[in-house]
Design a protein around this ligand. Structure first.
Ligand SMILES: Cc1cc2nc3c(=O)[nH]c(=O)nc-3n(C[C@H](O)[C@H](O)[C@H](O)COP(=O)(O)OP(=O)(O)OC[C@H]3O[C@@H](n4cnc5c(N)ncnc54)[C@H](O)[C@@H]3O)c2cc1C
Length: 521
């Protein structure tokens, strides 16, 4: 019998699995598809405090997220790095008229008519700089866009901007590295394994799964429902529990365009509809633009960026860039569904982004349901989840994840250039792009993956865009990859550079390998 059975291999399920396994709890995790296949690979990929949540007075969430940025950065300097955000200011920018701040301002300064005054943005950024105890990330500064290179791609009417700090995170890799670390600490991670039913039996849960080897039954003292957008479905149809708690499914879509500008900073654009979007340098040759906020009606896995959402993002960005961004610039889109706790907010934008952990003990063995949350707060959410479960595991060890690197992350925050140079000195046949990509993906483990290869030929077949047979083997053996989509859209974003034919060849290769060695991982 296991201590904990976790449903869902997104960031929350894998984060809880890692934390629990490191405290001596025996863990089984089941993911119905690939790790991070749902919301956790569809985010804007920021470790951020959420500047806009200040307008909703979400101070607890913002403080916790701001504190987390640097803790997480230090634990994974390969897959996370500091970013500077340029926020152009213009008098047209409006609030969402439903925020507590806009209502307050409407009372005391009615003549502003919903406009966001510059002093308020400066106050928000002052709070943003100070709330989270910043040590590594630089502070906010003002920019003159007429002279600063950040002004060059923008329309000339934008003359002033603020520049502040947040961090980038490779969201899907974060999930996989948490799963790997959980496994290294004793957890059992099952992919392509759907939980069909969970039934309280005496003092424990009986969980039935259907995976690659067919149906199986597991027993566990406690159950965690980290099903993300499926959290409500799992409560009602898997655990068959009546509950009034609801999840609000809010879809967010992104577009990826050809690179729109030449510097490495991001833009934070405010709209006249009260919303904000980001434009972010992406995968060296591209720009990521998002996101939208739409209540989502269909099944979570059917979320796609609609034509309306794409056109909305294009029009929004074109209000800022000097050269309009058009449909022809778009090379890829993706969409995800936020599993928000339903707090009854009027608009999807206003629904709380904070997480709620609800413990159900009716009838014995505990069930912990996870609602909402941010990628940024996953580690704190996992700590809170274990705090809730502590009464059921009396000998539970204390918190430990704050200063423990994830696999490959055991090097200094500013050590990427040195590590890349070191890898190139041992493997001089790697191009600069290839070496940098491997260090950003695998950190100190890149050298282990390459082993004693002396030439590109030693890495086996070349599948294109620097993806080699050796890397594929690593992803299948150590990172739970089972098909090409796992590799080219989640473990990496090489799908942006590979042709459909090349992706099909990767699929064929993986299928052959899986048939020959089904026990990989
Ligand atoms: C557009 C968008 C932008 C975002 N941007 C950011 C950002 O920049 N920064 C940030 O901090 N946060 C961001 N977020 C929020 C963040 O992405 C989510 O809070 C987080 O990914 C939720 O993770 P999760 O593990 O709860 O859900 P998921 O990642 O969806 O994982 C749930 C998993 O459960 C599995 N599952 C469901 N049912 C079963 C079953 N019966 N059996 C087995 N497995 C099952 C699913 O397949 C899925 O993989 C964003 C979200 C969206 C949608």
């Amino acid at each position: 019998m296991a201590d904990l059975f976790i449903i869902g291999g997104g960031i929350n399920g894998c984060g809880i699995a890692r934390d629990a396994a490191g405290r001596g709890v025996s863990v089984i995790l089941a993911e119905q598809g690939d790790l991070a296949q749902a919301t956790s690979s569809s985010s804007t990929k920021l470790f951020h405090g959420g500047l806009r949540y200040l307008e909703y007075f979400e101070f607890r969430l913002v403080r916790e997220a701001l504190e987390e940025r640097e803790t997480l950065l230090a634990a994974m300097p390969h897959i996370s790095w500091p970013m500077r955000f340029v926020l152009p200011w213009h008098s047209d920018m409006r609030f969402d008229n439903d925020t507590p701040t806009s209502r307050l301002l409407g009372l005391v300064m009615p003549w502003m008519k919903g406009r966001r005054p510059a002093w308020l943005i400066r106050l928000g950024l002052f709070l943003y700089d100070t709330l989270g105890g910043r040590k590594i990330l630089p502070a906010t500064r003002t920019l003159d866009l007429r002279t600063d290179p950040a002004g060059k791609p923008l329309q000339p009417k934008f003359r002033h901007a603020y520049e502040y700090s947040d961090c980038w995170i490779e969201d899907a890799r974060l999930v996989v590295l948490n799963a790997r670390d959980a496994q290294a600490r004793g957890a059992r991670i099952m992919v392509q394994t759907r939980v069909i039913s969970a039934t309280r039996t005496g003092d424990h849960w009986q969980v039935v799964t259907n995976g690659p080897d067919g149906p199986a039954t597991h027993h566990a003292r406690a159950l965690v429902n980290a099903g993300g957008p499926w959290v409500g479905d799992i409560i009602r149809n898997v655990a068959r529990i009546n509950s009034t708690e609801g999840v609000r499914l809010v879809r967010g879509s992104h577009i990826v365009t050809r690179k729109l500008y030449d510097h490495d900073r991001c833009y934070f654009f405010q709209g006249t509809d009260g919303r904000i979007i980001f434009a972010i340098p992406y995968e060296q040759d591209f720009t990521l633009i998002g996101t939208t906020d739409q209540d989502h009606q269909g099944a979570p896995k059917e979320a796609v960026c609609t034509d309306e959402e794409r056109d909305y993002l294009l029009a929004f960005a074109s209000k800022y860039f000097a050269k309009p961004v058009t449909r022809d610039d778009v090379v890829w889109t993706y969409s995800g569904v936020r599993p928000l706790y339903n707090d009854g907010a009027k608009s999807a934008t206003a629904a709380t982004r904070d997480y709620v952990l609800s413990l159900d003990q009716t009838g014995g063995a505990p069930l912990l349901n996870v609602f909402g949350g941010k990628i940024t707060t996953y580690r704190r959410l996992a700590e809170s989840a274990l705090e809730k479960l502590k009464p059921f595991f009396p000998g539970l060890q204390g918190k430990w994840t704050a200063h423990q690197p994830l696999p490959g992350g055991n090097f200094p925050v500013d050590g990427v250039a040195d590590l890349t140079a070191c890898l190139k000195s041992v493997h001089p046949y790697l191009s600069d792009y290839h070496a940098a990509r491997l260090i950003r993906a695998y950190g100190t483990e890149a050298a282990t993956m390459l082993g004693d290869a002396r030439s590109l030929a030693d890495l086996g077949r070349d599948f294109g865009a620097t993806l080699t047979e050796a890397e594929l083997r690593w992803l299948m053996t150590h990172e739970y990859a089972r098909c090409a989509a796992d590799v080219v859209w989640r473990r990496s974003k090489l799908g942006l550079r590979l042709t459909p034919l090349q992706i099909a060849a990767i699929d064929d290769h993986m299928t052959t390998r899986l048939t020959a060695t089904p026990a990989a991982e």
